[in-house]
Design a protein around this ligand. Structure first.
Ligand SMILES: Cc1cc2nc3c(=O)[nH]c(=O)nc-3n(C[C@H](O)[C@H](O)[C@H](O)COP(=O)(O)OP(=O)(O)OC[C@H]3O[C@@H](n4cnc5c(N)ncnc54)[C@H](O)[C@@H]3O)c2cc1C
Length: 396
């Protein structure tokens, strides 16, 4: 097994390409976008994923591009400041964990591989035959020994080989939207939040970013809309946030004008198996934990490292070993999604008042450290729920 096609050039795809190349394989990456996707939102790299980054020699570069967020301030509907919290505590980060913009991480991973991995942009897989022949929308058909689907939560590879997304998607009862907006509040490495029953509005600006990101999450049943119809999605967001106070009307107006609008349901992907024949899934494509878990990036990094490492240890049984090594880690991290969401989108005014009171009192409580450990402990345990094998010197 030498020639491996990877569909998707984001976190999982570029990481898999790096490790496969390092183990002596010849990976090719096909990406639907015309270039590596820049920008995006802030993501966390925690626990075992930090070890993967270190083994790739990227730890210093990741730290140099850290978001350097300082604190998160809560505001009520009238714009009154009601509570402030340390950003690392808010993000459940522990010790060496890092926070970085997704686009920055993607760029670092791409730069590490671009000279010795073939990247095909602006194309997509249209079919995968049992003998490994892959057809593309634009490129000529080619045969590969293995196809890795790293094409995200709405994976085309998964649909072609395993079936429609609905079979595997578990909606968590919420929608999310994020856009780049002017930094009209003058935020400096800080985040501002307004929590109302069933809907949360959030705006932040990270280190050296002259703009801000507006992020909205709200409870909702599954919504029917065309995935390409951004104007309709912006209307759905405006309907969900109608009547909200604080800075929400200004933010919605800025979102209406933004050109990098992201909109999706908050959902997870659950599958009994991540491989079939010559095809295997990695990252969100196989086991999306949802943005609410805060662990999607780490799962993509660790998943790609383990998959490439097991392939290098020997093709025979490699996909079974990948599954066996990774599944408990994936399950532990997927559990965080619904649990965290309860603290992000809150149903009642009383529960919001209690949450804000806890944030205000926390620094003064006698059992402060134990309580903080309870908040950050679950994510820390899940982020470290795997003993990473050292594949660094294995040759395939
Ligand atoms: C709003 C939001 C906030 C988030 N916050 C966090 C956070 O705080 N912490 C965290 O760890 N994670 C967070 N995540 C999750 C994280 O971004 C993902 O889990 C992570 O990027 C998964 O990486 P991936 O490579 O598997 O998939 P993706 O990053 O989704 O990449 C998929 C790639 O495949 C490409 N692609 C799609 N279809 C095709 C096709 N047909 N052919 C070729 N290429 C294709 C896409 O263009 C993309 O480049 C967040 C996600 C969102 C949406």
């Amino acid at each position: 097994m030498t020639n491996i096609l990877i569909s998707g050039a984001s976190i999982a795809g570029t990481t898999a390409a790096y490790w496969l190349r390092r183990h002596g394989f010849t990976p090719t990456v096909v990406e639907r976008a015309p270039a590596i996707r820049e920008g995006g939102y802030k993501v966390d790299i925690r626990g075992a994923a930090i070890d993967v980054i270190e083994r790739m020699g990227l730890l210093e570069a990741v730290r140099a591009r850290s978001t350097e967020m300082r604190h998160v301030t809560h505001y009520d509907a009238t714009g009154r400041r009601v509570a402030t919290m340390d950003a690392d505590l808010f993000g459940g980060r522990h010790g060496g964990d890092a926070e970085i913009m997704r686009g920055d991480l993607n760029e670092l991973l791409y730069d590490l591989t671009r000279d010795d991995v073939e990247y095909i942009f602006d194309d997509t897989i249209t079919g995968i035959a049992e003998d490994g022949t892959v057809t593309f929308e634009r490129s000529a058909p080619r045969r590969f020994d293995l196809v890795i689907g790293a094409d995200g939560v709405h994976s085309v590879t998964r649909r072609l080989v395993f079936g429609e997304e609905e079979r595997f998607r578990r909606d968590l009862g919420c929608h999310i939207s994020i856009s780049t907006v002017p930094n009209h509040l003058g935020l400096d490495r800080e985040e501002a939040v307004h929590v109302a029953p069933g809907r949360t509005a959030n705006v932040y600006s990270t280190r050296q970013d002259p703009t801000a990101k507006a992020l909205f999450m709200w409870s909702s049943a599954p919504l029917a809309y065309d995935h390409r119809d951004t104007a309709r999605q912006k209307e759905l967001l405006a309907e969900a946030m109608a009547g909200a106070g604080w800075e929400v009307p200004e933010l919605l107006e800025a979102v209406r004008r933004s050109d990098d609008f992201y909109f999706d349901s908050v959902s997870q992907i659950h599958m009994d198996r991540w491989s079939s024949g010559r095809v295997v899934l990695v990252g969100d494509a196989g086991y999306c934990a949802s943005p609410a878990s805060g662990q999607g990036t780490s799962l993509a990094l660790v998943g790609a490292y383990v998959l490439a490492g097991e392939l290098a240890r020997g093709a025979e049984g490699a996909l079974d070993r990948y599954e066996a090594v990774l599944r408990p880690f994936v399950e532990a991290n997927q559990e965080l999604g619904p649990a965290n969401l309860k603290g992000m989108v809150i149903g009642s005014r009383l529960a919001i008042r209690i949450q804000l009171m806890m944030i205000r009192l926390l620094p003064h409580l006698p059992g402060r450290d134990r309580m903080i450990e309870r908040v950050a402990g679950a994510i820390h345990r899940a982020a470290n729920a795997i003993a990473l094998a050292d594949y660094t010197t294995v040759q395939g």
